[in-house]
Design a protein around this ligand. Structure first.
Ligand code: FES
Ligand code: FE
Length: 332
């Protein structure tokens, strides 16, 4: 399954501290923890001895101890001690099942299998260019646990025509629901839309009034997208306001997901809590819609659902998933 060879976000880096943390990715239960050197580890959440959940155990002296019989595993996964048989030296078969893990964008990313075939850009960690911009301050909202497939959630993130209805009074207005034409093009990683415009009563916590807001969207991996937005000059409390928001999704199952948004904006003074509260409000409005959609998996056959001109980006996203060979969370 291609999806197993992609990097997926599984937890905020700071959530994984002194004790084991349970997560789930593509139906695989994971235990996340940090070894003595602070290195993050991601293993199958199943002890190789009798299958107990390692996430119920504890970290002792930089090793993970199983909750059942106390077998201990060092960071690399090797069992170091079997308390019931103290004189026994565990061999190479006494090993936890470890996955690759990386830290980026304030999160832990896991891939369950090495890439197959020729290395494609799709196998890299999703790009979020704003992360490297020192002029932008970063913060993360979430996790949001949603009973919806990751592709349905990304498609909603790319959708502007719902602003006036789902986010009325904030990101849109029923009085001005029209979405002017915009450009869509493929990229080496996914698809991009430029020249998107929306009329927004309160575009962000900084908005000083209604404004026409310029949007750009980029799908950077099958379950990751980034938007950039810029209100008309003078209609934000921040001079030259600009922001980028990445949506990172962990496909927990085909029809369930955990979502985070990573924000990067040129405002170093607003408290994190205000920025997060605004995102919580917006996502809280999207969630009941997302969980109501049927079928739960995103249908990729062009005729399965109806489309209008405002849906050009979502149609391009569906084609990209199809061409990429994505099968998880979709009806191909
Ligand atoms: Fe883990 Fe026995 S099940 S030590
Ligand atoms: Fe929305």
């Amino acid at each position: 399954m291609l999806e197993k060879s992609l990097w997926h976000p599984v937890a905020l880096g700071h959530e994984v501290g002194a004790q084991p943390h349970a997560a789930e990715l593509l139906g695989e239960a994971l235990v996340l923890w940090r070894d003595e050197g602070g290195q993050a580890r991601a293993w199958r959440d199943q002890c190789p001895h009798r299958g107990a959940r390692l996430s119920l155990g504890r970290v002792t002296d930089g090793e993970l101890e199983c909750p059942y019989h106390g077998w201990r595993f060092e960071g690399g996964g090797q069992c170091t001690r079997i308390p019931a048989v103290p004189e026994f030296t565990p061999g190479p078969r006494h090993h936890a099942h470890a996955f690759e893990v990386r830290e980026a964008y304030g999160m832990l990313w896991v891939r369950l299998a090495p890439p197959t075939g020729a290395a494609q850009p799709i196998h890299d960690l999703p790009r979020f260019a704003a992360e490297d911009d020192a002029q932008l301050r970063k913060t993360t909202s979430g996790p949001y646990r949603v009973a919806a497939s990751a592709p349905r959630i990304i498609e909603n993130f790319l959708d502007m025509a719902h602003f006036g209805y789902v986010h009325e009074g904030l990101l849109g207005s029923r009085e001005r629901p029209e979405i002017p034409p915009y450009e869509v093009e493929p990229t080496p990683w996914g698809v991009r839309a430029t020249g998107c415009r929306a009329w927004q009563p309160r575009s962000s916590i900084h908005a000083t009034g209604e404004a026409q807001v310029e949007y750009g969207y980029e799908v950077t991996a099958p379950y990751t997208a980034v938007l950039t937005k810029q209100p008309e000059a003078g209609l934000s409390a921040v001079d030259g306001h600009r922001e980028a928001i990445a949506m990172f999704i962990c496909p927990v199952g085909e029809e369930s997901s955990v979502v985070w948004t990573r924000m990067a904006l040129n405002d170093f003074t607003s408290p994190d809590a205000h920025l997060i509260e605004f995102q919580d409000t917006i996502f809280g409005q999207d969630q009941p819609i997302l969980e109501s959609q049927r079928p739960k998996r995103l249908p990729l056959m062009p005729t399965a659902e109806l489309h209008c001109a405002a849906d050009r980006l979502s149609a391009a996203y569906r084609r990209y998933l199809k061409q990429s060979g994505i099968t998880y969370g979709v009806i191909a």
